[in-house]
Design a protein around this ligand. Structure first.
Ligand code: NAP
Length: 342
């Protein structure tokens, strides 16, 4: 094994989508863990839309990445060396790590990964680590969808959205997905069982929603923040409808936050609940989530696809695909080869 650690460092605060100019790829010797720490060999790194927001000056739901610091991201890996009694050499662990080959941590924000059973290693980030719990808690705990209800989801073919739609189907709902290509529309209807899909780049979304939701919308899972689409949804929402605010990807690269929807009066007159959430706040309830996700994966009712990037050096280029829509499923960087990767 080489004793060098490849890393991406953040050297400035980006403007718009030009984060390439403030990300620097280099290497330094691998550090050894001190007392209470352990060394993780990172195998898979999750690239997430929110990574861009963490590069900004201001804090979000977590502190901003410090200037000069190694870029942060969710990772899954194997413990190589440990001076922490909670983690043993050989444990598969996941947590808030860094864009690098090897990370030293005191274990804060890290946990042992769930047993994958018959699933392949990419299920750690493809389902369990962030996106599955986001879909699970954001849909079930906030929207509480009931059999026969109509559920609408944006970025419906993405890592979170594709799971949201399938969980809503498992709950017996009529599911409409909104996404950006015909291929994605076909995948979610033909492979994942969504009832219908709308291509927001080529179709009139308000008209399509009105046609596909003759009985109105009961639950909406929002990940984009497009004011026109949100207004169309608000107009069609039924009384006592529930809206889960998960993401606002249309604005992550903007320098000024765009105007929001105008139809918020619907929340009052139709007694609609609209609630935002951060998945990190549900981490004390993971057991029931993992149990359900494992059951649905094993019985074939939950499918996922991953978009695997084979080199850590390509991580910055790959991050752009989340904002162009070129990613096909959960975007993951394979950091290193390892026998654990099956
Ligand atoms: P993803 O959906 O796999 O990838 C992002 C997708 O967003 C793209 O493929 C693209 O799909 C769509 N998109 C990008 N820019 C857009 C724009 N301007 N307008 C409309 N659609 C756009 O990513 P993900 O990891 O599953 O994340 C989806 C959302 O969930 C993000 O907003 C993310 O921040 C949020 N999230 C929230 C939490 C939480 O705790 N609240 C946790 C994880 C993720 P199309 O081809 O459909 O355009």
């Amino acid at each position: 094994m080489s004793n060098m650690n490849r890393q991406w460092r953040l050297t400035g605060r980006p403007v718009g989508e030009d984060f390439d100019s403030v990300m620097e790829f280099g290497e330094e010797p691998i550090k050894s863990p001190g007392d209470g720490e352990f060394l993780v060999k990172n195998l898979h790194l999750s690239l997430d839309p929110a990574n861009r927001a963490w590069m900004n000056e201001g804090d979000t739901y977590k502190a901003a990445v410090p200037l000069g610091g190694v870029m942060e991201g969710f990772a899954v890996g194997v413990v190589e060396e440990s001076k922490n009694s909670g983690f043993a050499v050989g444990d598969t662990v996941s947590g808030m790590g860094h864009w690098e080959d090897y990370s030293v941590t005191n274990g804060q924000g890290w946990a042992k990964s769930p047993d994958l059973g018959k699933q392949t290693f990419d299920a750690h980030l493809g389902v369990y680590a962030i996106v599955g719990p986001t879909a699970y808690f954001g849909l079930l705990d906030i929207c509480d969808p009931q059999p026969g209800e109509t559920v609408v989801v944006t970025t419906a073919a993405g890592a979170v959205g594709s799971l949201v739609g399938q969980i809503a189907k498992i709950k017996g709902c009529n599911v409409i997905g909104i996404t950006g290509t015909d291929e994605k529309c076909n995948w979610i209807t033909e492979e994942l069982g969504f009832n219908a899909a709308i291509n927001y780049k080529t179709e009139d979304v308000p008209a399509a929603l009105a046609k596909l939701c003759p009985n109105g919308i009961d639950c909406h899972f929002e990940q984009v923040g497009d004011a026109d689409i949100l207004d169309a949804v608000l107009t069609l929402m039924n009384e006592k409808g529930r809206i889960s605010l998960c993401g606002w990807i249309s604005a992550y690269n903007m320098t000024e936050f765009p105007a929001g929807p105008r139809g918020l009066l619907n929340l009052i007159v139709k007694s609609i609940k609209m609630e935002g959430f951060v998945v990190l706040n549900f981490f004390d309830q993971m057991e029931r989530c993992y149990a359900d996700l494992a059951k649905w994966l094993d019985d074939g009712r939950l499918k996922y696809r991953v978009d695997m990037v084979d080199d850590l050096a390509d991580a910055v280029d790959a991050l752009h695909t989340l904002y162009s829509g070129a990613n096909q499923g959960k975007l993951i960087v394979k950091v290193q080869d390892d026998p654990a990767l099956n």
